[in-house]
Design a protein around this ligand. Structure first.
Ligand SMILES: [Zn+2]
Length: 313
């Protein structure tokens, strides 16, 4: 294997770039802005320019680079075709071939950003030492990634690991961002728990410190739950029940070694894991009840680690 590789995590506002040694340690990491104008046509050329610049800076030849892994915020098929990417303005095209063409034919591998972050956590984070990992990322939405035998399960349509859109409540009247009603992320994301808080606070008159806040955040809810606020505890329980139940459905199918929980909401820490497990265990198939739960460890770098891992097998 060649001594270097790149792991690139393309986001809606910035592109996180990692120049790695082939053991997964950073030579350097940096960010460039994501230029989304003109259907995002500059995004890949900007990445290619930035990579060339860093190689020159460190005096490394392209011949010493094993490849470039790229995480993209949309569905990606195994052959590198991006199946539309609203956040970047991209339509359907082959990101792998395009970026490779911009850099003299170098090997490029591409995956969905949530799947790629899961691969990063499986390799060097919360899932280290295990080859079968389910990762759930609780941020604005609920992202997910499934790693089986150390490989991303991208699926036939690039939608493998879309845990956030499992139907959890067929009586829901509000729409999810995906257009369906009753998806997991309407309850179990940072926005989901805040949405539930607004409903709960207007449905009853129970005293709660949440009422005194101008703008409730998921962090407020978890902090107040830790302090014993009854309404906040109820909200955390609701989130835990939704997640625990959804994860019990998933382990029936995937049976992973470990479930890694990441994203902004996971900063709440052990209370989150404990509440998910409280509902997971009774809902799980008996053989999967002992599945381990761990917090993610790589934070915002998980995408870069996972991206580079795709070319460092
Ligand atoms: Zn949905």
């Amino acid at each position: 294997m060649k001594p270097y590789a790149f792991g690139i995590d393309i986001g809606g506002t910035t592109v996180k770039c990692g120049f790695f040694n082939n053991d997964g340690t950073f030579v350097e990491k940096w960010e460039i802005p994501t230029r989304k104008e003109n259907k995002g046509e500059r995004i890949l050329p900007d990445i290619a320019d930035s990579i060339r610049e860093k190689l020159a800076k460190h005096g490394v030849s392209m011949d010493d680079v094993e490849g470039i892994g790229v995480g993209v915020p949309g569905p990606v098929l195994d052959d590198g075709v991006v199946n539309g990417c609203v956040n970047l303005g991209w339509g359907v095209f082959n990101v792998k071939e395009t970026l490779s063409g911009l850099l003299g034919g170098i090997r490029v591998s591409a995956g969905n950003d949530a799947n790629v972050a899961a691969l990063g956590e499986q390799w060097l984070g919360g899932g280290k030492g295990f080859s079968n990992v389910v990762m759930v990322t609780l941020g604005t939405g609920v992202g997910g990634g499934i790693i089986v035998g150390g490989r991303i399960l991208a699926g036939a349509h690039g939608a493998g690991g879309e845990i956030g859109h499992i139907l959890m409540n067929e009586n829901e009247t509000e729409c999810c961002g995906c257009g369906k009603k009753g998806c997991l992320e309407q309850y179990a994301s940072a926005t989901g728990i805040v949405r539930m808080a607004k409903i709960t606070l207007s449905d009853n008159e129970k005293p709660s410190k949440l009422r005194s806040l101008a703008e409730v955040t998921s962090k407020d809810i978890f902090d107040l739950a830790k302090a014993g606020d009854e309404t906040a505890v109820e909200l955390v329980e609701k989130l835990g029940k939704m997640l625990g139940t959804a994860l019990a459905h998933i382990t029936c199918v995937v049976d992973p070694d470990v479930i890694v929980v990441g994203g902004g909401v996971s900063k709440a820490g052990q209370i989150l894991i404990d509440t998910i497990q409280k509902y997971y265990v009774p809902a799980a198939f008996h053989a999967c009840r002992a599945t381990q739960f761990k917090l993610a460890e790589l934070g915002n770098d998980a995408g870069m680690y996972g991206a580079v891992r795709m070319v460092l097998y």
